[in-house]
Design a protein around this ligand. Sequence first.
Ligand code: PEP
Length: 254
Amino acid sequence: MARKKLVAGNWKMNGLSADLAEVKAIADAARAYPQVDVALCVPAILIERAARAVPGFAIGAQDVHEAESGAYTGCVSAAMLLDAGASLTIVGHSERRDAQRESDAQVKGKAEAALASGLGVILCVGEALDVREAGDAVATVGAQLDASLPHGAGAAAHIPDDLAIAYEPIWAIGTGRIPTTEAIAEMHAALRRRLVAAYGEAGERIPILYGGSVKSSNAAEIFSVRDVDGALVGGASLKAADFVPIVAAAAAAS
Ligand code: PEP
């Protein structure tokens, strides 16, 4: 099934007011590639200014709290993100699963809260290097996906249209290393089977992105892999000069 490609940038804890010029440059350039959905997930404090700077362009968050409101010091709810102008959020990034000890159940709760509020979700899964080396990557990431997927009445109405999965091997993030195209294809096919098992035909329509050291030099090869529906890009999303060629590669592969 043909799925529209999605290329999303994850700025992580990078970006000040001066960098809004890059947001604008990326949004302007993305207009040349209407066959690709493009989004930038910026630090929470930049969302409102970024969304005002580029009306109509998808600005996202990097995390969301699973509760609607309450005594959660330092956290941000889905309603707050929407109010600031975000249209989507990443959940379950490995940097949060590891450093903030986020469990699959919490990631699932975050995805459900975001979808129920009307935010799109990019749900990340991926294995550590020792798991890959032990030959357990497909089973481990599959189990992680099953336990993290949103369910329930509030979320169901937004699946598949507002949900994307990002397969991000932890050992590939920020390292310059990427899996072989065969390993990416094997993982994406396995995740696709799990999505269909969870959601039926709707599972065919959920984009599965690859993330981990995607650059302009390897994007075309990665996008040529069957069942790769786009990319979640960290370091190479900070500058239009690095990010726009990745969007162009996704367009060429569409
Ligand atoms: C990420 O953190 O989501 C990511 C893919 O980072 P990088 O592209 O820098 O490896």
